[in-house]
Write a protein that binds this ligand. Structure first.
Ligand SMILES: NC(=O)c1ccc[n+]([C@@H]2O[C@H](COP(=O)([O-])OP(=O)(O)OC[C@H]3O[C@@H](n4cnc5c(N)ncnc54)[C@H](OP(=O)(O)O)[C@@H]3O)[C@@H](O)[C@H]2O)c1
Length: 268
């Protein structure tokens, strides 16, 4: 067994660890390095992997997953340089952090950049990966590790920021829709628990149908439900009038710009 140390004990780290613990992994023993005891305040007790605030854990690391906020990268890399073997492979999941910038901080490490999402916790995530051109860990091994969290796609690094905006942040957009469905259900007289059950299963089923019928475009899927003069058409007309689709597209562009800003701030 080799030691995988996740640096950061926040929302993403928790999702990754939950995802990895679902399937027994013969290759990796997962540890979590926290900076402070703040993870205790999140109500996740016990953590699904051994957790410590002692950076000496990095001395035994065979792979480090960087899961800290962009503002904390510099300090985290300084700790890595002090504690970890100089050539420890690093898998960064930090939004906006380029491989070039990470290479400056960790000159000897094999590097890979990835953008997962929170659905990794239940094995239904999707992770985009981009390997450093100069020195990278074994791609097959990294793929195997990430595949236990869901789908994996290898992309050019230039796509990681757009993917951060689309599928990294994406579950949050789905939860906005979920919130609206539940709220409307309750206002229509459905009790909250039933409204949640109906709404969650509707989103889940809609995603699964789209997944099962990849040849159908979204407008074709919509036509399976909406008939002229029907209830769905009435609802869609209102969504169109309110510009909901345009607003959602604009929001994703906004997220993309923020990823670029975070990257620039790190280079400043
Ligand atoms: N959340 C998501 O859905 C998601 C999805 C894809 C990518 N990401 C990326 O993942 C990263 C983490 O996001 P998050 O949502 O998990 O943030 P978060 O909940 O704020 O967690 C960040 C964690 O990192 C810890 N930390 C900071 N510096 C550290 C250090 N030097 N050593 C060890 N731990 C350290 C923080 O500790 P303190 O509590 O003491 O500050 C905190 O526990 C971000 O770069 C984000 O872009 C997140």
């Amino acid at each position: 067994m080799q030691n995988l140390v996740v640096m950061g004990a926040g929302n993403l780290a928790h999702a990754l660890v939950q995802g990895w613990q679902r399937i027994p992994n013969p290759r990796w023993t997962v540890w979590v390095l926290a900076r402070s005891a703040s993870y205790l305040e999140k109500g996740w007790r016990p953590w699904p992997a051994p957790i410590t605030t002692d950076p000496a854990i990095l001395r035994e690391a065979h792979l480090v997953v960087l899961a800290v906020k962009p503002k904390d990268v510099e300090a985290a890399c300084a700790t890595l340089r002090e504690q970890a073997p100089p050539d420890v492979p690093v898998l960064s999941m930090v939004a906006g952090l380029s491989l070039q910038r990470l290479r400056q901080a960790l000159p000897e490490s094999p590097l890979v950049r990835a953008m997962p999402n929170i659905c990794s916790a239940v094995g239904e995530g999707i992770t985009a990966v981009s390997f450093d051109r100069h020195r990278a860990p074994d791609p097959a091994e990294i793929r195997r590790l990430l595949e236990t969290l869901g789908d994996v796609v290898e992309v050019d690094e230039a796509l990681i920021d757009p993917i951060t905006a689309l599928s990294g942040s994406g579950p949050a957009y789905a939860y906005v829709l979920l919130e609206a469905l539940i709220e409307a259900g309750i206002r229509l007289g459905i009790d909250p628990e039933l409204a949640r059950r109906l709404s969650v299963q509707t989103l889940r089923g809609a995603a699964q149908l789209a997944h099962a019928e990849p040849q159908l475009t979204p407008p074709q899927l919509i036509r399976l439900i909406a008939s002229p003069g029907g209830t769905t058409e009435a609802a869609l007309g209102r969504l169109e009038a309110e510009g909901v689709k345009t607003a959602l597209c604009d929001a994703i562009f906004q997220a993309r710009s923020q990823a670029a800003r975070l990257g620039q701030a790190q280079q400043a």
